[in-house]
Design a protein around this ligand. Structure first.
Ligand SMILES: [Zn+2]
Length: 400
């Protein structure tokens, strides 16, 4: 595992040391301060064979799952619950369509990757109290990894999150506050109270290691396709950390020479038409988004009215030749039912927004069916049984 060379600001490129906990860039001339990237000296690994460097340990070691990529992760003792190396499922109906099943992670969502790594680093730094605003699944993941490492978790989430998120966070022993509002209201509370309470703010992009954990999705999808890029990646986008992490992984894979030469995938950010700040900014040619007013969608993970890393997400979409796509809840739940009944996969509403977007872009000609596409199902449908029962009219046990 490499030592971290330095942390680099995504806006002004200032370098900060990683020997103490860092949050955002301290040197940005303008507000808001830039998010920080973890940088290593990858030169010793350049030109090596990934088949030799990347391998899973046996059950007696922690170097399994996403930690198979320890060669490109911080040199830290993992707090692991078995996150990563999730299935890459080929669609039963579309031979070039693949589903990356992140619902197979601990706590049933992709959030396990970023928070697994961020909590590992928090323990390494000796932090005792972590605070997070969450749309739901990040709360469950933080609560689990905090419990596994003896760290306090202070969680702020909207009162209307799926029931599973409330139950799991409470069961793991986290201090949970339900807020009348959306995730940005929760973030304001954390920001106001963290100094007084002694909390370290582990919010999306406000520390460097959640991106670093999420980047393993980029390594995995390339490895699982034979160290080749697909043509396109569909990513349900609330905070967009995975999209940012995957693009960083592609940078590193190219530096290392681990990916077969070829064009990077077109990146598609999928949002709900009831909360689509990135789509609006993309369509208007803007470099940042604006706070979405009155966000409403049953896909709770997409109820993010403004992503902190919107400037990075928009850059990536444009650089890759992709776009941002909004999907209605009606189309989302129709696709959820379609995939459950025809593919045997119970998608999260966020994942179903992405499968619905795939159908939209095939119909519009943005993509053709021979394009090799990877869709991320960011969480297990089972975490949303209350939401899905309501959306499908099954609340009273009536099979419609
Ligand atoms: Zn900066």
């Amino acid at each position: 595992m490499p030592a971290i060379a330095y942390l680099e600001c995504s806006r002004c490129h200032t370098r900060l040391p990683a020997d103490v906990p860092q949050t955002l860039c301290t040197q940005c001339p303008d507000s808001p301060a830039g998010a920080l990237y973890v940088r290593y000296d990858l030169t010793p690994l350049a030109g090596t064979s990934p088949q030799v460097v990347v391998s899973a340990g046996d059950a007696t070691t922690p170097w399994r799952g996403m930690w198979r990529y320890r060669a490109v992760l911080p040199d830290v003792e993992p707090v692991t619950l078995g996150e990563g190396w999730t299935p890459m499922l080929r669609s039963k109906r579309y031979s070039d369509l693949f589903l990356k099943e992140e619902g197979a992670n601990p706590t049933g969502s992709f959030k396990a990757r970023g928070l697994g790594l961020a909590v590992s680093m928090a323990r390494h730094y000796g932090l005792k109290k972590l605070a997070i605003p969450s749309a739901g699944n990040a709360a469950g993941a933080l609560a689990a990894y905090a419990a596994a490492s003896g760290i306090e978790a202070h969680i702020f989430m909207p009162r209307d999150v799926p029931l599973a998120n409330r139950v799991e966070a409470a069961a793991y022993g986290a201090r949970v506050t339900l807020v009348d509002g959306v995730i940005s209201d929760c973030a304001s509370i954390v920001a106001e109270r963290k100094a007084e309470e002694g909390w370290f703010d582990i919010s999306t992009l406000k520390e460097p290691f959640r991106v670093e954990g999420k980047k393993t999705m980029g390594y995995e999808l390339v490895e699982q396709l034979g160290w080749e890029y697909p043509d396109a990646v569909f990513y349900p986008t609330g905070g967009g950390v995975g999209l940012i992490g995957m693009w960083k992984a592609f940078d590193e894979l190219e530096q290392l020479g681990w990916v077969k030469p070829g064009k990077r995938p077109r990146m598609f950010a999928i949002q709900s038409s009831g909360c689509a700040p990135v789509v609006k900014a993309f369509d208007e040619g803007a470099s940042v988004s604006h706070m979405w007013q009155c966000p409403h969608t049953a896909a709770s993970g997409l109820r993010v009215p403004k992503a902190y890393g919107d400037y990075i997400i928009l850059d990536i979409l444009r650089a890759s030749g992709g776009k941002a796509v909004a999907v209605s809840d009606e189309d989302t739940f129709a696709s959820l039912r379609d995939w459950a009944s025809h593919e045997g996969v119970f998608l999260s509403p966020e994942g179903a927004a992405a499968t619905a977007a795939y159908a939209q872009l095939i119909a519009s000609g943005d993509l053709v069916s021979s394009d090799r596409v990877v869709i991320f199902n960011t969480g297990a449908g089972l975490k949303y049984t209350d939401v899905i029962a309501s959306a499908l009219g099954l609340s009273h046990g009536v099979n419609q």
